[in-house]
Design a binder for this molecule. Structure first.
Ligand code: SF4
Ligand code: FES
Length: 370
């Protein structure tokens, strides 16, 4: 794979910093890898601070502080302070449990600018079952209230699957009650933990169609009151999403131990190797990393993407999903109706929805974790 010059590659604007894989919740669709890193593998404070300074120099405008649960890092205030000093917009992506008002106030004082709170269900029972954490719903409502009382903007993030797809209208009401600015209705993406749990999570087609109608109506009715972002369910789509806005185009992720990934699930593609911030600068990695250059632009594409007029719109969809469903990361994402595998994934989704498996394989740090 050849390096691409600065002229051929744009500048990144967003970065997902996965500060830790530790988390009090165990959601069965977690986007973290199946082999989770233990605390002793996490980058120390000084390394993250240097990385954030490098990110600002590279032109990054927004950093999403994520995990696992980022508030488990005791140095989070210091990290937010560094970003704030560098003029980078900071968004905290949190599960919102075990986060006190004082902690949030300290983060706001350090310069935090936005909170994105995940809620697993529009009621206590669903939230607690999906996250496998008792009392979680009440704690999340309190975190939302503290966020707004501190004057921080709030996004409610609702990952949708079979167990809560009937709660979309209740999620909208909950977001209004919590005085959120934005609600993200995000249908679960089936790779990693969610792939393992597909037959426990896959919704039925009719419910997906009803959900889409409901969201379109609510968007109209709530214009100017609540912004509703919608991540469509890939298995029932006609065209794929431009995953990450295109591979290596304007954003990247960093793992708790410093690996720089073109997308948060890129480690599911075994043919790729990733550079680490402990041995190379972010700038060098962005331009020269073989993982970033593997699927940048359109030269790597096969047919039907190669000669498709949409190739600069969706960039062939998601590489991780293409690999998971076809065994080939350079294939057209089967979410696309032009993919030779498209009909098969629709049928597969319908079969999994019918299976109605009820038990989850919960995300957990296992004995073979690194
Ligand atoms: Fe997108 Fe490829 Fe499908 Fe064309 S063939 S719409 S580029 S995924
Ligand atoms: Fe990796 Fe879509 S999640 S490219």
């Amino acid at each position: 794979m050849t390096d691409k010059s600065a002229q051929q590659v744009g500048l990144p604007i967003g970065m997902l910093a996965e500060l830790t894989h530790r988390c009090p919740l165990q959601c069965p669709y977690c986007s973290n890898p199946k082999t989770l890193l233990k605390a002793n593998r996490e980058l120390p404070t000084a390394d993250w601070q240097r990385v954030f300074e490098e990110a600002a120099e590279l032109g990054i405008l927004q950093v999403h502080l994520s995990g696992g649960e980022p508030t488990l890092r005791r140095d989070l205030e210091q990290l937010v302070q560094t970003l704030s000093r560098c003029g980078v917009y900071t968004n905290l992506i949190t599960a919102g449990v075990n986060v006190s008002r004082d902690r949030l106030a300290a983060l706001a004082d350090a310069g935090l600018e936005h909170v994105q709170l995940s809620i697993q269900g529009a009621d206590a029972e669903t939230t607690e079952r999906v996250g496998n954490f008792r009392g979680g719903f009440e704690q999340k409502l309190a975190t939302a209230a503290h966020t707004r009382a501190l004057g921080l903007p709030l996004t409610v993030n609702a990952p949708i699957h079979r167990h809560n797809i009937d709660q979309v209208d209740a999620f909208i009401q909950l977001a209004l009650d919590l005085d959120a600015d934005r609600l993200e209705i995000a249908n679960v993406q089936y790779y990693g933990w969610a792939y393992l749990n597909r037959s426990a999570l896959m919704p039925e087609r009719e419910k997906v169609d009803r959900q889409i109608e409901l969201i379109e109506r609510a968007r109209e009715d709530l214009r100017g009151i609540l912004t509703i972002d919608f991540v469509t369910p890939d298995y029932y789509a006609d065209y794929p999403k431009p995953c990450m806005g295109g591979w290596g185009m304007d954003a990247f992720a960093i793992t708790p131990d410093g690996k720089v990934l073109p997308c948060h699930a890129a480690e599911t593609i075994p043919s790729l190797t990733f550079d680490n911030v402990t041995t190379k600068s972010l700038e060098e990695i962005w331009y020269t990393s073989s993982a970033f250059n593997a699927y940048r632009g359109t030269d790597w594409m096969q047919e039907p993407c190669r000669s498709c007029p949409r190739k600069d719109i969706d960039f062939g969809g998601c590489r991780c999903q293409a690999l998971a469903l076809t065994g080939d990361a350079t294939a057209t994402d089967p979410a696309c109706m032009l993919s030779p595998h498209h009909d098969r994934i629709g049928e597969l989704a319908a079969r999994q929805a019918e299976m109605k498996q009820t038990e989850f394989i919960y995300r957990r740090i296992s004995a073979d974790s690194a």
